[in-house]
Design a protein around this ligand. Structure first.
Ligand code: NAG
Ligand code: NAG
Ligand code: NAG
Length: 609
């Protein structure tokens, strides 16, 4: 068995070292799909108001015959699901409109239809305590042959109603939906805020499993009615059996929570104001962060990070948790490999108090010498052996807010092929007119395809200042990348024996070193309860981070909901509007949205926990 898998690895490494991606591996289908309804392709990032691509979930059925694109109507209500040809991407069939949906939060394609994760306002006839101010709740829809077959609420009065943490709603549907044909179970992982119970007013996340018949089954292992990945993005990928592979900057497959004395910490991210450097995409970015290598047990995770130095004790959180300082201004792309859905291949991030370096275990894809800010990192696999990694870069980054995204000059989208040992295959290619704005899907012919809107991309200022808030389009584009080692590629396969033998050596080591060091560095001491990690005692107002690295917010007493905004203006949502400030102190964000860990959005006051 070991001999066989080593041999396969050797073979794939040898193949993949023959070539590198070139722009001829990229096939663009510009404006190929005409939408029936207008779509706004730009979403404001939490806190900064900087542009993010508004996600358009994309999925292909197991038989490879049907593909679907989901998009939010430009009015902000109603999610449209358009079937497209998996080969031409032109529309086939009529648009299905899921009335009332507020966000296209995840899509699964079946041979006979699709399932959509969205959020919507509960009807007034709902019995029990519904969220205040018509705050939407997560909901899963199943459509068969264009007709709704079932609808299952994933929040509101009847979901984990026996949990002391309370009832959940989702003002934003930032998360993902996956399905396994083997286990016939959906997994939905998404950001929530509780409107009742002990966690009332706090942000967290839910990981819920639903059967193929539409039954929410909270007894399934890995179900989590309260975790804390904030709005900084989650990662979820199906496995043959539940629990599925999940995480953010810690792998938490199977325990659903955010306790790094249980979960495997992957990165020491600085957590401030409920965000962690938009490590997994931030607003609208929670897709294609974690991908499975074909039908193997192996996964690859990608994220962006500023690195970590100078680890100090984080007394309020206790043992196993550290504070850190970012190593760089700009964010860089990192990857981690998993030998199975629960096991990190390599070292976990250290929690050693006093350590100078808190990121030496990281497999960086972008070196420290690169001062461009990296964002929007995603990954998909070509099959068992190779993966496609992508991210965007911006030069002269202005990163005025700790743990948030940066403004800068857009320099292009990068595409980098990676082999199953995590080694790069050739150099990255840079493309200025193609972006990743929806799920990267492995097609039946082995290519990886994804949707985007063909437009000028600008990261230099806020959405408001760039005048993009009301931009709409009815044209959708798709792009596909073929592997440099696949026969369908147009690249010339010039063999290089030197690099080929190096790849062989490293893949042998990797194949033999399957044993995991997961959790080896995390002490098994009693950790604070989830509630403590989230809420804190009022005076310290510590804000728990996704990975256990937490930020102490200066003084909650100094922060009042009515606090005025220093520069620019915030709208009634409490979000940033106006020009991106070029020279504000790093902490100015505390005043701009009027609150530090609180924000008011769509009528509900929250604590960003
Ligand atoms: C850490 O990040 C902040 C915010 O992006 C930046 O202002 C600061 O210069 C960074 N620190 C280092 C050491 O690069
Ligand atoms: C290869 O090139 C041809 C001609 O330029 C093009 O039609 C085809 O789509 C390309 N195939 C791939 C996989 O890029
Ligand atoms: C985050 O970075 C800031 C500024 O360097 C620092 O004051 C804070 O302690 C850090 N927090 C964590 C949780 O690492």
């Amino acid at each position: 068995m070991l001999v066989l898998s080593s041999a396969l690895l050797l073979l794939s490494a040898a193949q993949s070292s023959l070539a590198a991606l070139t722009t001829s591996n990229l096939n663009k289908h510009v404006d190929v799909l005409t939408l029936d309804n207008a779509f706004n392709p730009v979403e404001e990032a939490y806190w900064t108001g900087l542009p993010h691509h508004r996600r358009t979930p994309f999925a292909v059925s197991p038989d490879g015959k049907s593909a679907y694109l989901a998009y939010l109507d430009s009015s902000g209500t109603n999610v449209h699901v358009q079937e497209v040809s998996p080969s031409t991407f032109a529309a086939t069939g009529t648009t299905v409109t899921v009335t009332g949906g507020k966000e296209a939060g995840g899509l699964v394609a079946h041979n006979d239809g699709f399932a959509l994760l969205t959020n919507e306002v509960m009807p007034s006839s709902t019995s029990g305590e519904t969220p205040p101010s018509d705050t939407p709740v997560a909901v899963l829809y199943r459509y068969t042959s264009g007709k709704q077959t079932w609808k299952t609420w994933l929040g509101g009065p009847n979901v984990h109603s026996d949990s002391s943490m309370g009832l959940s709603c989702s003002p934003d549907l930032n998360g993902d939906l996956v399905y396994s044909e083997e286990s016939k179970t959906y997994g939905a992982y998404f950001v929530v805020t509780n409107y009742q119970g002990d966690a009332s007013g706090h942000y967290g996340d839910n990981l819920l499993y639903v059967t193929s018949e539409g039954k929410l089954d909270e007894s399934i292992e890995g179900t989590s009615s309260w975790g804390c990945s904030h709005n900084t993005g989650i990662a979820l990928e199906a496995a043959d059996a539940t629990p599925y592979a999940s995480g953010y900057v810690a792998l938490n497959s199977g325990n659903g929570g955010m306790d790094t004395t249980v979960a495997t910490k992957i990165s020491n991210e600085n957590v401030t104001n409920g965000a962690t450097n938009e490590a997994l995409g931030g607003m609208s970015g929670s897709y294609s962060g974690l991908a499975r290598f074909g039908s193997s047990t192996k996964y690859i995770l990608t994220w962006v990070s500023r690195g970590a130095t100078d680890l100090t004790a984080y007394d309020w959180m206790g043992d196993g948790y550290v504070s850190s300082v970012n190593r760089t201004i700009a964010r860089r792309v990192a990857i981690a490999l998993m030998s199975d859905k629960k096991t990190l291949n390599g070292e976990a991030a250290t929690s050693e108090v006093g350590a100078k370096s808190g990121d030496s275990q990281i497999n960086w894809i972008v070196p420290e010498s690169n001062t461009n800010d990296c964002s929007n990192a995603h990954v998909a696999t070509f099959g068992e052996s190779n993966a496609l990694l992508t991210w965007e870069e911006a030069s002269n980054p202005q990163c005025n807010f700790i743990a948030m995204g940066c403004a800068g000059t857009f320099e292009g989208t990068k595409f980098q092929e990676i082999d199953s040992t995590g080694a790069t295959v050739g150099d990255a290619i840079t493309v200025k007119d193609t972006y990743v704005a929806g799920d990267m899907v492995t097609m039946s012919d082995g290519r990886i395809c994804w949707p985007y809107v063909s437009m000028t991309w600008d990261l230099s200022d806020s959405v408001m200042a760039l005048g993009l808030s009301s931009k709409t389009t009815k044209k959708m584009s798709f792009a596909c990348m073929s592997s440099s080692s696949s026969s369908s590629s147009n690249s010339t396969a010039g063999a290089s024996s030197a690099s080929s033998s190096a790849a062989v050596a490293s893949s042998t080591t990797a194949a033999l070193a399957v044993a995991s060091s997961a959790a080896a560095t995390t002490p098994s001491v009693a950790s604070p309860t989830t509630l403590q990690t989230l809420i804190g005692s009022s005076a310290s107002a510590a804000q728990q981070g996704a990975n256990g690295a937490s930020t102490v917010i200066a003084s909650p007493a100094a922060i009042t909901p009515s606090e005025s905004v220093a520069a620019g203006a915030s709208n009634s949502d409490g979000w940033w509007y106006g020009s991106w400030p070029t020279a504000v102190p790093a902490q100015a964000g505390k005043t701009r949205s009027g609150k530090t860990c609180r924000r008011r959005k769509r009528g509900v006051a929250h604590v960003e926990a």
